[in-house]
Design a protein around this ligand. Structure first.
Ligand SMILES: Cc1cc2nc3c(=O)[nH]c(=O)nc-3n(C[C@H](O)[C@H](O)[C@H](O)COP(=O)(O)OP(=O)(O)OC[C@H]3O[C@@H](n4cnc5c(N)ncnc54)[C@H](O)[C@@H]3O)c2cc1C
Length: 396
């Protein structure tokens, strides 16, 4: 079978590797000119790492991963430690250590593993046509390609998402989550946090955090609740952070001081999409953010894209009626689980960003002296329903 994948992000490349390993001919198209992921890093929780293990890149991912042994919450104003506990129970309960990884490193690994000769960059898909026998993608340069199956892993602003919706369905729109995220990489700085801890400063519905990456680096991020559409010019550099975190604890000032905006500072407004049920039509299906664009508040967006890749692989390997039937089964396994993670992230974002100040104050209070039991239960709860826990391995 020949498969076209639109999008060379984590979703598209991981699905590509899974289908390739099943013996299919896969070609990926992406509109980006070069591999330049938006965002500096991400946390791969145990479910995401397990899919990568299944895809055969577990050792490489472990090398890229930071040693996130502990979690600590600090008062954003005073720097007082509210709680600190080991994350070892996450590994014990799920059977896999989670890792924060630099996005560019993970993306390069996945593109290399898939085979860069079969990834066509600078090629924007503008149309899809399914005649019942095959599916044809049309690109902005006028070229076309035809295959048995097309997977739209084309991200949050997916064109494929609209294509697969039933005729007459309401338009699917992205919804603003109420805050802006700033992120990037710095060298490990012990003034900010312990080198092997995920450290988060909290106050005023804002967060400032660091997570350890391989290579003695910290992934840092800040959340700032604010309206959508505030203009930002890169030349402003750290100024919005200095203003938003003015008077915060010395650890936060040290973090802002350590940032070199010319080297690593991204700003992204956070939006998500209310879960919807239709992911497949005929020979076409969507995967990753195209299907379940989520706020990053539980760190599960890419992990969920990896789960999609796993389920698509299993569905293709085990179903024989038709491409259409296989894609419907893939959709039916994924819709509920992926949608639930989107809603959990939304709920968590509401709690942490002081949209209801009383609820956020109660959360801050609950952190004081917390032994981590409930927090770890929440993290493990996000991983527990993963399809990867079936342990199936049709590729081996
Ligand atoms: C601030 C932030 C922090 C996050 N942290 C985490 C985290 O800690 N853990 C986690 O698991 N997830 C996290 N996520 C979510 C994660 O980044 C995404 O879920 C994941 O990257 C989605 O991958 P994807 O392949 O589906 O989409 P994308 O990475 O967006 O890839 C889509 C690709 O499709 C291409 N494309 C789009 N349209 C076309 C077209 N018409 N023709 C050709 N190509 C096209 C684009 O160029 C792009 O390369 C975070 C997200 C944000 C914003």
């Amino acid at each position: 079978m020949k498969v076209i994948i639109i999008g060379a992000g984590i979703g598209g490349t991981s699905a590509g590797i899974a289908l390739q390993r099943l013996g299919h001919e896969v070609v990926i198209y992406d509109q980006m000119r070069e591999n330049k992921p938006v965002g500096a890093a991400l946390s791969l929780w145990s479910n995401g790492v397990k899919v990568l293990n299944w895809l055969g890149v577990g050792d490489e991912v472990a090398e890229l991963g930071g040693d996130m042994a502990e979690m600590a919450y600090l008062d954003g104003h005073t720097g007082e430690t509210l709680c600190r506990f080991s994350l070892a129970p996450v590994t014990e309960k799920t059977g896999q250590k989670p890792y924060p990884v630099a996005r560019a490193d993970l993306q390069a690994l996945l593109m290399r593993t898939f085979g860069e000769e079969n990834i066509h960059l600078n090629t924007k898909m503008i149309g899809i046509e399914d005649d019942g026998q095959s599916v044809t993608a049309t690109f902005a340069d006028g070229s076309t390609d035809t295959a048995d199956m097309l997977i739209g892993a084309d991200g949050a602003r997916s064109l494929t998402r609209a294509y697969v919706q039933p005729d007459g369905a309401d338009e699917i729109v992205r919804e603003y989550s109420g805050y802006t995220n700033f992120n990037g990489l710095i060298s490990v700085d012990e003034r900010v946090g312990t080198p092997t801890a995920w450290t988060t400063y909290v106050a005023e519905g804002k967060r400032a955090a660091v997570m350890p990456l391989a290579g003695d680096r910290f992934y840092f991020w800040f959340d700032v609740p604010q309206p959508a559409g505030i203009p930002y010019d890169r030349s402003e550099g750290k100024a919005p952070l200095q203003a938003a975190f003015d008077g915060w604890a010395p650890g936060v000032q040290a973090l802002i001081e350590a940032i070199d905006p010319a080297v690593s500072l991204n700003r992204v407004e956070i939006w998500d999409i209310t879960p919807f049920d239709t992911w497949a039509k005929g020979r076409v299906a969507i995967l990753g953010d195209a299907a379940h664009n989520t706020a990053p508040d539980i760190g599960q967006g890419a992990c969920s894209a990896l789960e999609d890749a796993f389920v698509l692989g299993i569905a293709v390997a085990t179903n024989t009626l038709s491409v259409e039937d296989t894609l419907r089964r893939y959709q039916d396994i994924r819709v509920e689980r992926a949608g639930e993670l989107v809603l959990r992230a939304r709920k968590r974002g509401d709690e942490t960003h002081a949209y209801d100040p009383t609820a956020t104050s109660a959360w801050y209070e609950s952190l004081r002296g917390n032994d981590g039991t409930g927090i770890i239960r929440g993290i493990v709860g996000n991983i527990d329903g993963s399809p990867i826990n079936l342990g199936a391995s049709v590729l081996d």
